[in-house]
Design a binder for this molecule. Structure first.
Ligand code: ATR
Length: 276
């Protein structure tokens, strides 16, 4: 809805830069579909200004904001309250302003699980092998551990995986060169590295050694070489765009009071923008 009333609900995405973000398009689709008196804006905020800007947005009556790079740790630090998802992920991607308090959560892991389920893959079926050890790996590992799933991490820089495992009980770490051999012991492979992203080399892994479901958090391109290889073997292949769509649901619900749906029309609408 482009014409707002004086009661319009306001939210947005904070990042630096933020011009690449698909979140305004995604939330804008839902706002229009539900004819909501509200807006979701791109909010470029320099790191040094982040705490003051967030307090300013709260004072200006915003319902809350999403948080993307490089602010996810700073957002955690300024929260008055954080939920379990944020604590386990060690980072915040969703802020809700409630009665003068900043309440933080991390919906990345939830979005990952919701996306798997939407593809008919039950994340509770068995052990997961996660490649990478950045913020997304941590959020996904935490969500899987919450389900009681055994999680193994492999990262090029092993110490980073070990540091991640130190903060999250129950994670196993293996060497990067062990990833092929480990596949046979896992039913879900998750790529959280930047390998396979447009402009990056593909992830090198041999899927013939095991038969897991394969999820990639990369969504540019939608079909990474890893997912193409999984499809060629008839394995479930789950792209990263669905996770982006699902992680947005809890924030939208909290700010605008409607639970939005992730469906094909939304997927196509956001995917169309990836091609331009
Ligand atoms: P982050 O802030 O999440 O660490 P990043 O630097 O883009 O973001 O890297 C994401 C992940 O991709 C990391 O796990 C990184 O491995 P390192 O921790 O060893 O840097 C992984 N990655 C990036 N390029 C890679 C490559 N060529 N081979 C293997 N892993 C790679």
């Amino acid at each position: 809805m482009s014409i707002l009333t004086g009661k319009a609900r306001l939210a947005g995405i904070t990042g630096w830069p933020v011009s690449h973000s698909r979140s305004p398009r995604l939330h804008g689709f839902w706002l229009e579909r539900h004819a909501i008196d509200g807006a979701y804006l791109p909010l470029p905020i320099q790191p040094r200004d982040f705490p003051a800007a967030i307090r300013g947005l709260m004072l200006a009556g915003f319902a809350g904001v999403n948080v993307t790079l490089p602010h996810k740790l700073a957002a955690f630090a300024i929260c008055d309250v954080v939920d379990t998802s944020a604590r386990l992920a060690g980072a915040v991607n969703t802020l809700v302003f409630q009665d003068g308090q900043i309440v933080g959560s991390n919906t990345d892991g939830w979005g990952f699980l919701a996306n798997l389920r939407a593809h008919g893959v039950d994340p509770a079926v068995g052990p997961a092998l996660i490649l990478g050890a950045g913020g997304a790996a941590r959020a996904i590992a935490a969500a899987l551990r919450e389900l009681g799933i055994k999680v193994t991490l492999a990262n090029r820089t092993r110490e980073k995986a070990e540091r991640l495992a130190d903060g999250l009980p129950g994670l196993a770490v293996i060497g990067w060169d062990r990833r092929d051999a480990a596949l046979a012991d896992h039913v879900l492979l998750v790529n959280t590295t930047s390998l396979g992203m447009a402009g990056q080399p593909p992830l090198s892994i041999d899927l013939d050694g095991g038969a897991p479901a394969v999820a990639d958090i990369v969504y540019v391109p939608l079909e990474t070489p890893l997912l193409a290889a999984a499809k060629a073997r008839g394995l479930p292949a789950i792209d990263g765009l669905g996770m982006l769509l699902h992680q947005a649901v809890p924030g939208f619900r909290a700010w605008f009071g409607v639970t939005p749906e992730v469906d094909d029309a939304l997927y196509r609408f956001v995917a169309a923008d990836l091609l331009t």
